[in-house]
Design a protein around this ligand. Structure first.
Ligand code: HEM
Length: 534
């Protein structure tokens, strides 16, 4: 055959045409496949009425028995796929991450609430890549040693704050919205473990003893956020055309809440950044994510490259990290009160490594497998983000004999993966032993931690930070104190409520009380003495 094109170019073109034809055929074939099964729904609105407004993960889990692990829904013609198995989450969100890593546009939070500059709400684009890179520079596995000593200080602080606030431990765990409701006026102390850790890491800012301006901004933001109900459940998110209507149509509560959120988001993006930058320019700032990123992006003439993305990354860490870490901390305290035998085993495991001579260091982590299993059980027993954050598919796809069209919203039901009785017999029992065989940890122990932080290209960028912070805090508290149920005025033991309430993106423990008793031994006496003097 003769051709006017040089042979290699001709060959390349031929391969391209062939690939195009094959892809066209595959797509045509895929379109003949059925959409994943699900409840039938009704004309026009589809499954809108099938989805409850609360605890949706329970309904999605129940549907698995009827429809299988991959469930298809349609709301006003918009396709949604629920993944009810670890395997399907891994196959789609991780192995096909190139097309499953976009986010659906949640108009209410993203546009009206002003969250659109934060990484969790960014579409899968260049800005996403840049912000992920900046996160990784500060909180990736190789950057973690930089934070360990600060995290240990915060852990020790949290332990003693907990001792001081046994009647309302959630003050220590940064549960502002509940504290504000419980007390006649917000009673802030520097006992906010997760907020304090994140603020120190993000900006090098030590939260103030009483009222802290930055922490109050987050508190107010979370209060406003809680008023919006489940993310994505507002009619505007279901039917974006409704966004064209004036906001007052949805009532003054909604209008005020999104307006306040948007104002706060603007402040959170700019205020701590500008304050810290000016302290840094005077040469007195603590080392922080912001200082690291400014250094690494400063050009010779002093110009800061990617300044807006740096602002966004530090601001996002501060918003995204504190609430969810606090919720896991509460799970730890509740589990220790409810399962004293687990607590005793964890303390024995720690004592056998530390011999009552020192506090735990992150380097001890591998030597205490029981504590690792306990941490996994914390993630599993009360999944704090039961449906993670939805993804969006960007190209038509075919999976397990089903056709999934571009634009489908993908929801990973982490709750089902962590709480089903097939993989985890008696799932509502807190039992770290389920992850241990002989002396060794089973691979399931690490799989649970992996799932809790999400899988694929949108995996939580704070996972190493959160995991180290939780491990250090839990191990320090268990080394110094015994945790037990509180006793009421009549000497009666108070059983904590183990039900969790659902927020916009995450779940939280209800208000509880606990009792902390210093353990015996010279190490505890030493730290108690130091605290009393300080
Ligand atoms: C125990 C603590 C934490 C848990 C269980 C957790 C879990 C998660 C999960 C499940 C996701 C969604 C993954 C997906 O979309 O597939 C996520 C996203 C995210 N997390 Fe975390 N997280 C924790 C702590 C943190 C901390 C401390 C930070 C910041 C310092 C953080 C920052 C983020 C950000 C920015 C995203 C969005 C990532 C993206 O959209 O690309 N998280 N997290």
């Amino acid at each position: 055959m003769t051709t006017l094109l040089p042979y290699p170019i001709f060959l390349a073109l031929a391969v391209l045409v062939l690939l195009f034809v094959i892809k066209g055929k595959l797509t045509a074939r895929a379109k003949l496949l059925p959409f994943p099964p699900g409840p039938a729904g009704v004309p026009i609105i589809g499954n809108l009425l099938d989805i409850p407004s609360e605890n949706q993960y329970l309904t999605f889990s129940k549907w698995k028995a009827t429809y299988g692990p991959i469930i298809g829904l349609k709301i006003l013609g918009k396709p949604i796929v629920i993944l009810n198995s670890r395997e399907s989450i891994e196959d789609l969100l991780a192995k096909r991450g190139a097309i499953y890593s976009d986010r659906p546009h949640l108009h209410v939070m993203s546009k009206l609430g002003g969250w659109n500059w934060t990484l969790p709400f960014l579409p899968y684009n260049e800005e996403f890549n840049l912000q992920r890179k900046l996160f990784n520079m500060c909180l990736g596995p190789t950057a973690m040693p930089r934070w360990h000593s600060m995290l240990k200080d915060e852990a020790l602080d949290a332990a003693f704050q907990l001792l001081k606030h046994q009647d309302s431990p959630q003050k220590v765990t940064h549960r502002y919205r509940f504290i504000s409701q419980l007390l006649p006026f917000p009673h802030f102390k520097s006992c906010r473990w997760s907020g304090a850790s994140i603020m120190m890491a993000a900006y090098g800012h030590k939260v103030a003893e009483d009222r802290d301006e930055y922490v109050e901004m987050i508190d107010n933001l979370m209060n406003e956020l809680a008023k919006l109900g489940n993310a994505g459940s507002h009619p505007i998110d279901v039917m974006p055309q409704l966004a064209a209507l004036p906001l007052w149509i949805w009532g003054s509560k909604f209008k005020n809440s999104v307006t306040k959120q948007s104002e706060l988001m603007g402040k959170i993006l700019v205020k701590p950044f500008t304050d810290t930058k000016s302290i840094q320019e005077r040469g007195i700032a603590n080392r922080s994510m912001l200082s690291v990123l400014l250094e690494q992006n400063r050009q010779e003439d002093g110009f800061i490259e990617n300044e807006r993305a740096i602002k966004a990354v530090t601001g996002t860490a501060y918003i995204a990290g504190s609430d969810i870490m606090a919720a896991h901390f509460d799970t730890f305290i509740l589990a220790m009160m409810t399962y004293p035998e687990v607590q005793k085993k964890a303390q024995d495991a720690l004592d056998s490594v530390l011999h009552g001579e020192r506090l735990p260091e992150i380097e001890d982590r591998a030597a205490v497998p029981y504590l690792e299993a306990l941490l996994s059980e914390i993630f599993r027993w009360k999944p704090i983000g039961p449906l993670a954050i939805p993804h969006r598919l960007t190209e038509d796809d075919e999976y397990n004999g089903y056709f999934i069209p571009a634009g489908t919203q993908i929801i990973a039901n982490l709750w089902h993966c962590l709480m089903n009785d097939h993989d985890f017999p008696e799932p509502s029992v807190f039992r770290p032993e389920r992850f241990i065989e002989g002396e060794k940890l089973q691979s399931q122990c690490f799989e649970v931690q992996e799932l809790a932080f999400g899988i694929g290209r949108r995996v939580c960028p704070g996972k190493y930070f959160a995991s180290s912070a939780l491990w250090l805090t839990i191990s320090v508290i268990l080394t110094l104190f015994d945790i037990s149920k509180a006793i009421d005025e009549n000497g009666k033991t108070i059983d904590p409520d183990l039900q969790y309430d659902h927020g916009t993106l995450s779940c939280h423990a209800r208000t509880y009380r606990c009792r902390l008793t210093p353990r015996s031994g010279p190490l505890v006496q030493l730290y108690m003495g130091e605290r009393e003097q300080s």
